[in-house]
Design a protein around this ligand. Structure first.
Ligand SMILES: Cc1ncc(COP(=O)(O)O)c(C=O)c1O
Length: 379
């Protein structure tokens, strides 16, 4: 089957977070992380089928969904889990908050930066003390700064929030890097919360290694969070799953959200089952489109907007840019005033940086880049 990644779909009137931000303005949105592509026909068909069933009652985790996730984790990532280890939630953002709520109230939680903003917010929203360990660029790549992490960790630190592949820097961490994080957590007795939502959006020939697979010895301190939402462009289904092998840790995690989150959306189950069962051909078609967009973006920025610095994305459809050399106070406001909506690096802990979502049609990407070029030429 061939899939369409080039037609523009009008999202007005659908409550799109991404587009409604600029409802009455001539601004193309390249910010929040959903894509401009219609989801896989296989998933749409499964959702239609679920609609046609006609009864949308309370839905608890059922065998077909659990089995599909168990099979996917084993087949694709070599991670063998048991059904009991699964916890279902409406989203990873809730998951991050709940993870923070499941450690001692007076403890601190560490996250590397730059990082997807809810990592930072989940720590402060839940009243835990936030320790940010800035990453650094080594040989042209964003790496975790282990020395900095050692320097900043405190006796009361209880958890490390890890994001692999990393949003916003687009790295796929290698075995030695993951192992170093695990060793760090072992040394300081930290819970390790590993957000792997972008694991099936790897653009280069680098394998994604689940933290759980790299370090089975860390099972008793590990929380892994995953979803089909990024890969298959279905975040509106509001559904994710969390894998917690250790019974005690899982109990604390579940206790933290008792009464606040109950049954999941029945369409979330249907979408997840069908993505893992039938979605692979669509994903296989998506990856070269994202790779092409990444390459267009990088070449364009390098050639036409050299003051903006970029690093190659190994994964995700989110590009991280250093705009500090531009002679403007606020790069996001500046590009917005020229019709391009970006994410603000400030929210990721790195003021002066911006994040560009290239999960869009080639036409939209090129239009956005032309606008950025004209904006910079106007300075
Ligand atoms: C690393 C990461 N975690 C979590 C999320 C959001 O997950 P959810 O929509 O399930 O809350 C995103 C969305 O961009 C993300 O990039």
């Amino acid at each position: 089957m061939s899939y369409d990644f080039e037609s523009r779909v009008d999202r007005q009137g659908t409550g799109s977070l991404k587009w409604d931000k600029y409802k009455d303005r001539e601004v193309l949105p390249f910010w929040v992380a959903d894509m401009e592509f219609v989801s896989a026909p296989e998933i749409r068909e499964a959702l239609h089928k679920r609609v046609d069933h006609g009864i949308f009652g309370y839905t608890t985790p059922f065998e077909e969904a659990q089995d599909e996730i168990i099979a996917y984790l084993k087949r694709v990532h070599g991670y063998e889990i048991e059904a009991d280890w699964l916890v279902f939630l409406p989203g990873l953002v809730q998951g991050l908050h709940i993870a923070c709520m499941s450690v001692a109230e007076n403890s601190s939680v560490m996250t590397p930066t730059p990082i997807y903003p809810p990592f930072r917010r989940s720590i402060s929203n839940t009243g835990r003390k936030r320790i940010e360990a800035p990453m650094h660029v080594v040989d042209g790549e964003w790496r975790l700064d282990l020395e900095k992490m050692e320097e900043l960790v405190e006796p009361d630190t209880s958890m490390f929030l890890f994001c692999n592949p990393a949003n916003p820097v687009g790295r796929v961490f290698r075995a030695d890097e993951i192992q170093a994080v695990v060793d760090f957590c072992e040394r300081h007795d930290l819970i390790l919360c590993s957000d792997e939502i972008h694991c099936d959006l790897v653009l280069d020939e680098v394998p994604h290694i689940c933290t759980a697979v790299q370090a089975p010895e860390a099972a008793d301190r590990l929380i892994t969070m995953m979803a089909v939402s990024k890969t298959y462009n279905v975040p509106g289904l509001a559904f994710c799953y969390v894998v917690i092998p250790d019974e005690g840790l899982r109990g604390r995690f579940k206790h933290a959200f008792r009464g606040l989150v109950t049954e999941m959306n029945c369409f979330g189950y249907a979408g997840t089952i069908s993505a893992y069962r039938d979605g692979e051909p669509w994903r296989q078609a998506l990856i070269p489109v994202l790779r092409r967009n990444r390459d267009i973006l990088y070449t364009f920025i390098r050639e036409h907007i050299p003051p903006v610095k970029m690093w190659s994305n190994e994964a995700t459809y989110l590009a991280w840019m250093d705009a500090r050399e531009l002679p403007v106070d606020d790069p996001v406001a500046f590009f917005e005033s020229h019709g391009v909506g970006l994410s603000d690096g400030r929210d990721f802990g790195f003021p002066g940086f911006v994040r560009f979502n290239f999960g869009c049609t080639e036409a939209m990407l090129r239009e956005g880049l032309d606008r950025m070029k004209k904006a910079v030429e106007s300075l």
